[in-house]
Design a protein around this ligand. Structure first.
Ligand code: B12
Ligand code: SF4
Length: 563
């Protein structure tokens, strides 16, 4: 794989924290649950041929469910791909590697698996930071010598705070794992030809996920990539081809790049040629990707994408209100009326998927309801895949704006920054907001309009779309109106440890069952099960996070959008 220099020389920001731990233990209060062991495992055996001891590595995608259910979401799309990419850094000859994806399999509470590794590697969304701490508490209780490595957007935003919990708090890209492995285990354990371990991704089914680029050339104010300020980077074509080959024949290949279109037309056209060729070879039935809206400004793009086998595109609409887009510095979405662009995409035979976000600290509920009525009353466009609130993700320009305007609620918990829970002061009375939010994920009150909308949509596009695409449209409608049923049908109603009704407001919201340890953990790890507080009781930035969040320059705060 050829990488840009920045990626080939990952930042050496791994930080070792103190690792001495007292031996005493306390009861955590909950009995262990039935083990759920990852099927993704390499061959056992403790000594390799050359005599070096084999090492055991467990890579986990930590995850908190936004519906606050205990179980996994095997049918939710897309699924995380951090674990196979990170696993690729370990020498296959000297390491036994296992992967676990909590998004797919539910919370990892299996003592055998948690106590198994010599090194635990953690990844996950910003909201999953506390879950990473909890997994660390479990693993260290069961194996005091385990080395814990963590990375991802939360660790990037909170490198100093993270150093309290993890041996290596990584702010670099996946290649930083190579440095960490060399430092912690020795250079022999590093795989210099790092390549994702798709052979271990037990959660890939009809759809497999790969990526062809990193980061984004735009600078939307709420996006964690804007806060991180890294530039758009491309993989070379051969690496992309190898990835598609490695996932095996699939119905769909989905590119999880933040911005598959990117800012290099030649690279875009080359990838389409490659995909066209691979589709002809029968490697996949169709492909999909995440694109920014500048993709739709050139009509040729839709034709070329379709010819190369593209069946679906996801693009962050965020809002149909131009003023909202400007406020979020999402100007690339305001150049062409969005309904027109969606219609063109569907008319070209490509499914259009999107999400909408509502910022209740700057918009009235009446405006948000009008927007939902607009969407459900416009059969030319599909229903959104998700409707949530704008999240002031740590380190983003939007986070700093909320902080400066004193918009964050008292006792805001990092765990509640999931888009379903109110963390900003709203314009409308809190009780009305609560009622709106409790219905938002399932579009409560709009069911009849949703059904009418679906009928109109299918009448309009039914003939242009394939059976698979229509299934996906119906799946999206199911996902938004009945998310539990659609994403985890076999676990309906299972919510063992979180029975209290939600309040939808961070100050009073209950914690998930995961915050009560599933088995006894050492007393010194009890604090790993306390929530990370973003604000204190007065709504001021919590002292623990201040050094990370106030110290660093917000380079993207003044950044211009890349269009
Ligand atoms: C798959 C996905 C999901 C999946 C699950 C993701 C997961 N990990 O559990 C689902 C569908 C659940 C999801 C949900 C949401 N998502 Co999402 N999602 C993605 C997506 C498309 C791919 C993530 C991925 O696996 N990338 C591949 C891996 C290899 O890269 P990465 O995770 O970006 O990690 C990089 C670095 O952080 C670092 N790194 C990461 N971990 C580690 C660990 C170590 C040890 C090291 C060394 C390095 C390292 O290396 C990578 C670069 O090389 C990204 C877009 C994207 N292309 O990244 C959005 C993205 C992550 N999601 C985003 C958002 C906003 C959301 C939602 C909040 C949307 C919403 N409003 O509902 C929800 C949250 C739901 C919840 N539970 O609360 C944002 C950022 C969120 C954040 N910072 O937490 C992203 C970036 C999209 C965007 N551009 O806005 N998402
Ligand atoms: S277009 Fe905006 S939201 Fe999407 S990845 Fe780029 S900066 Fe983030």
């Amino acid at each position: 794989m050829t990488l840009d220099p920045v990626m080939a020389n990952p930042s050496r920001s791994a930080r070792r924290a103190s690792r001495g731990r007292p031996p005493h233990t306390v009861s955590g209060g909950h009995p262990p649950v039935a083990p759920r062991v990852s099927p993704g495992s390499a061959a056992p055996g403790r000594v390799a041929k050359g005599g070096a001891p084999r090492k055991r590595l467990l890579v986990v995608n930590a995850y908190f469910d936004d519906l606050r259910r205990d179980g996994g979401r095997p049918y939710s799309v897309p699924q995380a791909i951090g674990p196979p990419y990170l696993a690729g850094a370990f020498s296959p000859g000297l390491c036994d590697v296992r992967l676990y994806n909590e998004q797919y399999s539910g919370p990892l509470e299996d003592k055998d698996l948690l106590g198994w590794p010599d090194m635990l590697v953690l990844t996950g969304l910003t909201v999953a930071f506390d879950r990473m701490r909890q997994l660390t508490g479990y693993a260290r209780t069961l194996n005091p010598k385990v080395i814990v490595v963590a990375g991802g957007p939360a660790v990037r935003a909170l490198p100093r705070y993270s150093g309290r919990f993890f041996d290596y708090a990584c702010t670099g890209d996946i290649e930083q794992m190579q440095d960490v492995i060399a430092d912690a285990l020795g250079p022999a354990y590093v795989n210099r030809d790092m390549f994702p371990r798709f052979d271990l991704t037990y959660w890939f089914g009809r759809i497999a996920y790969v990526e062809s680029s990193r980061n984004c050339n735009f600078r939307c104010s709420f996006c964690s990539l804007t806060g991180e300020g890294n530039r758009y980077q491309k993989y070379d074509l051969d690496y992309i081809r190898r990835q598609v080959m490695a996932v095996g024949k699939r119905r769909q290949i989905y590119f999880l790049d933040n911005n598959f279109y990117g800012n290099d037309r030649g690279f875009f056209l080359d990838r389409l040629e490659l995909l066209k060729e691979m589709k002809r070879e029968g490697r996949f039935g169709g492909w999909g990707a995440l694109v920014t809206q500048d993709f739709f400004l050139n009509d040729e793009n839709l034709r070329l994408a379709r010819e190369s086998g593209c069946t679906g595109l996801f693009s962050g609409i965020e809002s149909f209100d131009v003023e909202v887009l400007r406020r979020f510095n999402k100007r690339q979405n305001a150049r062409v009326p969005q309904v027109e662009l969606i219609r063109k995409c569907l008319d070209a035979g490509i499914l259009f998927l999107y999400g909408v976000i509502f910022d209740l600290s700057s918009r009235r509920l009446s405006e948000c309801r009008e927007e939902i009525a607009f969407i459900t009353g416009t059969p030319e466009i599909p229903l959104p895949s998700f409707a949530t609130q704008a999240i002031p993700l740590l380190g983003t320009p939007y986070f700093h704006e909320c902080l400066e305007k004193d918009l964050l609620l008292p006792n805001t918990k990092l765990r509640d920054m999931d888009g379903t829970t109110l963390v900003q002061r709203p314009l409308d009375p809190i009780d009305e907001v609560r009622s709106f939010l409790s219905g938002l994920p399932v579009l409560r009150g709009y069911r009849r309009r949703v059904l009418r909308h679906m009928a109109g949509f299918l009448r309009r596009y039914g003939r242009r779309l394939s059976a698979d695409q229509i299934k996906a449209v119906l799946g999206t409608a199911a996902m938004i109106t009945a998310p539990s049923l659609a994403s985890a049908p076999t676990r309906m109603g299972l919510n063992r440890r979180h029975r209290q009704d939600r309040t939808f407001v961070t100050t009073t919201e209950h914690l998930d069952g995961c915050y009560r340890p599933a088995f006894r953990v050492e007393s010194r790890y009890e604090d790993h099960f306390q929530p990370t507080m973003v604000t204190d009781a007065d709504g001021c930035l919590a002292g623990d996070l201040a050094e990370d969040l106030l110290g660093a320059p917000t380079l993207a705060r003044t950044g211009t959008n890349g269009i």
